[in-house]
Design a protein around this ligand. Structure first.
Ligand code: 2BA
Ligand code: 2BA
Length: 109
């Protein structure tokens, strides 16, 4: 059994949910926030058998696309100086950041 944690963009979240159900994967969605952009994204946690992990990774790849996103300059006035970004910066936000963890036990009571 493996636990897959996939951080995806909110725009892809519904499409991925639908595709997971169609491919018979069970999942839980958590609302999350990117540490860098500080905007919302979605974290899927998906427990599945080892032999289905590659299929799951394919489903995630097919349903999540990378996009460029601009970060507007943020004034430190009245805000947190740690978050000061002097110029607009373009970053490529990936389709999905995926962690695959081994799990000792899967229980449903
Ligand atoms: P349960 O299997 O008791 O699951 C309850 C909730 O636990 C799920 O909510 C989901 O959030 C989480 N969960 C269960 N198994 C998981 C796993 N392998 N990985 C990650 N999270 C997991 P829902 O997704 O809203 O599902 C509610 C109930 O609907 C489920 O109860 C199950 O009886 C049924 N179900 C869920 N997915 C299904 C599917 N693909 N096909 C048929 N029935 C499904
Ligand atoms: P954010 O932290 O909001 O990051 C959004 C995008 O900004 C990243 O896309 C990356 O292109 C860029 N970025 C992030 N941190 C940076 C830094 N310190 N310096 C320069 N550019 C930076 P992705 O790498 O595709 O990540 C998308 C989201 O996935 C991230 O949102 C974060 O929520 C999650 N993530 C990515 N790598 C992670 C990791 N190693 N551990 C936990 N979460 C991660």
């Amino acid at each position: 059994m493996k636990l897959i944690m996939a951080v995806v963009q909110d725009k892809d979240s519904n499409r991925l949910s639908t595709a997971l159900v169609e491919s018979n994967f069970k999942a839980t969605k958590l609302a999350s926030t990117g540490g860098f952009l500080r905007s919302g994204n979605t974290t899927f946690i998906i427990g599945t058998e080892d032999h289905r992990v590659n299929k799951l990774l394919d489903v995630i790849k097919e349903n999540c696309e990378s996009r460029d996103q601009m970060i507007a300059p943020i004034s430190p006035m009245g805000g947190n100086a740690d978050s000061y970004v002097p110029h607009p910066v373009e970053v490529e936000v990936g389709g999905a950041t995926v962690f695959v963890l081994s799990i000792d036990q899967f229980n449903q009571f």
